[in-house]
Design a protein around this ligand. Structure first.
Ligand SMILES: Nc1ncnc2c1ncn2[C@@H]1O[C@H](COP(=O)(O)OP(=O)(O)OP(=O)(O)O)[C@@H](O)[C@H]1O
Ligand SMILES: [Mg+2]
Length: 509
């Protein structure tokens, strides 16, 4: 479909000429008027002198980097719509950029139509903001280095990361929902790390683990003699956490009495000890999480509707792993790096076949289950590489579940499609190391395309094609010890194109 022609002035700030040129080309073709700057300072000067509706800003630049430039732009011209460009694998930077007031972020390499859509949306939002007389995005400065490790750059994870960046600095109540092991607590910690409360306590409370008759006393404290066994006065978690963040985990399992009291904290900002009459003011930010469907619990009368709406100010829905299987390789790499140096664990890599199998598996326990599998396999592995045979044999193919790859492929393929197990060789082939040798042809090209196509459809993720190219180039460079001539011959790609791609994809070797 032809993109309608746009009007608007755009500034691109990037010290990579190839990126500036290709962005300028695609945006100009779609009707934008584009200027470029090759450094943060040059960009600031231009933005100062002229009015731009949208600014594309690269993060990694010589001299003033993107985050610093962003802060200057936002303080000089708060109404600027900045689209931040990050490299693959820099989630933390993306969160920071959104927190500092970037309109959105995109991960390199990106598709031309996505860039144009984003620019058009940003320009439109800016016009709307100006019309309404506003346009200032709240930013929050904080130099804390975030290392909790929220890995994943699939489309659904990008949405989560963007929301984290937007709400972290506010005191808004957040309700995180999602299946078990999808990273709800990790996101809660991330929100806390990036908030203005990060120097105050973060207290996680597992509402399901505390006996119903004790939860109120645990949260709000009690007076001496409030109940049998209350031999002395006790200060509860809410008072201990004053000025901080309380993470109410498994909130769907909270007793009705405790629900009433939580509602009061949210409405009035005050608590009462069990058995006491004095009201105590507390300053708490609440982040809640559950793997239950709270809306259904409300309908069934198990969860208070008023509390649900008070908690659900900012909802974050964690996507299950099956909806983001392209995140599996980077998450596996992350776990392997995390385990490096642990006594008894020598594995540093995973074979391509083993990785392929992980991507085709059913993950009811989501990322937590994947982490356990990697840990176990890394212990079992005899060398530095986890092989197919090192994976636990009880792993189920995703085709065993109704909403799996198998079902999606049914819609596209003729009746009786090949079972997904065919994508795996019967016997364990020789190890293929990622970043190492080129794999032997264990799948036919058609089978390979089938697998990739299913993944693109399932994730609705066009970036996969670009990732494939990036991955192939990284591997060729890995195999040839970084020799660009040999790598270009191996890939059948002109040297000049290879060099261009290395720059565009920011491949380091
Ligand atoms: N995107 C991710 N990147 C890296 N590690 C992750 C990611 N998501 C989850 N993990 C890891 O997976 C494990 C489970 O995550 P977490 O405890 O946050 O999940 P949860 O949704 O709270 O699970 P549950 O519902 O069972 O309480 C943790 O070790 C966490 O660090
Ligand atoms: Mg949890």
């Amino acid at each position: 479909m032809q993109t309608p022609l746009n009007t608007g002035r755009i500034l691109i700030i990037d010290d990579d000429e190839a990126i500036c040129y290709s962005l300028m080309r695609v945006l100009s073709l779609h009707g934008f008027e584009v200027k470029t700057a090759k450094s943060g300072q040059e960009g600031l000067d231009l933005a100062d002198a002229e009015d731009f509706e949208v600014i594309f800003l690269d993060n990694r630049m010589e001299g003033m980097d993107g985050l610093e430039t962003l802060q200057h732009i936002k303080s000089a011209k708060p109404q600027s719509m900045v689209i931040f460009m990050t490299a693959y694998g820099t989630t933390q930077t993306a969160i920071e950029a959104i927190k500092y007031g970037a309109y959105d972020y995109i991960i390199k390499p990106f598709a031309g139509n996505r860039v144009c859509d984003l620019a058009a949306a940003a320009a439109e939002d800016r016009r709307e903001n100006l019309r309404l007389g506003g346009g200032e995005t709240r930013s929050f400065l904080q130099g804390d280095d975030y290392r909790e490790g929220l890995v994943g750059e699939s489309e659904p994870m990008q949405r989560v990361i963007k929301t984290i960046g937007k709400v972290a600095a506010s005191d808004a109540t957040v309700l995180i929902t999602g299946e078990s092991g999808t990273g709800k607590e990790l996101v809660a910690r991330c929100l806390y790390k990036y908030s203005g409360r990060s120097s105050r306590p973060f207290i996680p409370i597992n509402c399901a683990a505390i006996p119903e008759n004790l939860i109120e006393s645990e949260l709000f404290g009690h007076e001496m003699g409030a109940f049998t066994g209350a031999v002395q006065k006790r200060v509860g978690k809410f008072e201990q956490c004053d000025g901080g963040t309380i993470f109410l985990d498994e909130i769907g399992d909270m007793s009705p009495a405790a629900q009433v009291r939580i509602l009061r904290v949210l409405q009035e900002g005050e608590i009462q000890h069990v058995g006491g009459s004095e009201t105590i003011k507390v300053d708490i930010r609440i982040i809640a999480a559950t793997n239950k469907r709270l809306q259904e619990a409300v309908e069934k009368g198990h969860f208070r509707e008023d509390l649900y709406y008070r908690l659900n100010v900012v909802p974050i829905q964690m996507p299950p792993l099956r909806e983001r299987i392209t995140d599996i390789p980077p998450i596996v790499d992350f776990f392997l790096q995390k385990m490096a140096g642990t006594p008894g664990i020598g594995a540093r890599r995973i074979s391509l076949d083993a990785q392929r199998k992980l991507m085709a598996c059913h993950w009811p326990g989501n990322v937590r289950e994947l982490e356990n599998v990697i840990q176990r396999s890394a212990i079992v592995a005899q060398g530095e590489t986890i092989l197919l045979k090192d994976l636990p044999c009880e792993l189920q193919p995703a085709s065993a579940t109704p909403d799996s790859i198998g079902k999606l492929s049914e819609a596209a393929a003729p009746p009786n499609p090949e079972p997904p197990s065919r994508i795996l060789p019967e016997s364990d082939p020789p190890p293929i190391v990622i970043g190492g040798a080129v794999p032997p042809n264990t799948m036919s090209p058609d089978e390979t395309f089938d697998l990739i196509y299913r993944q693109i459809r399932e994730n609705n993720n066009q970036a996969i094609l670009l990732r494939i190219e990036r991955e192939m180039i990284s591997r060729a460079l890995g195999e040839t010890g970084g020799n660009q001539v040999k790598a270009s011959q191996l890939l059948g790609m002109a040297r000049v194109t290879l060099r261009k791609r290395i720059n565009e994809y920011e491949i380091r070797y």
